[in-house]
Design a protein around this ligand. Sequence first.
Ligand SMILES: [Zn+2]
Length: 165
Amino acid sequence: MKIRVEGTPKKSRETYMMAYREANREKIKAYSKVYSKVYYKVNCEKTKARSKAYRKANNEKVKGYRERMRDLELLIIAQRWEDDVPRCRADLTPGLKETAACSTKLQIDHMNGGGRQEGYRRQQGVVNGTRELDDLRILCELHQQAYAILRGDTNGGSDSRDWAL
Ligand SMILES: [Zn+2]
């Protein structure tokens, strides 16, 4: 991206930048996606150390942010299934609801399994709207386990570490 700004008066420079950004929105998005990946690769240790230090210094803030992200993710998935508030949707699988009474702890269920590989990226995708929601639903902890047993798949979500943030 070459942008000639030298010697341009401040106001028109800003206008120009804004127009440029507006006109090249997709290009910039693609570029920064690649750039941040490359940057991370090259500066991996530095980035890791820096974010570790940040988390340490801002423990409460980070915790609060994660909780908000988590709440938001639950809310977005709940709304996909036309719920105003997150609740266990064991009823989406015939016979599952009857296996147990709901527990209070809510988790996100990948209906097709495979939650292990996705982790935090899923949350980001849900919150920023780039992740499909059709294979996600909310289950309580008990129904999550019952569902894993029901389909004979212990990779799909019975391990609570898969869901810890
Ligand atoms: Zn339940």
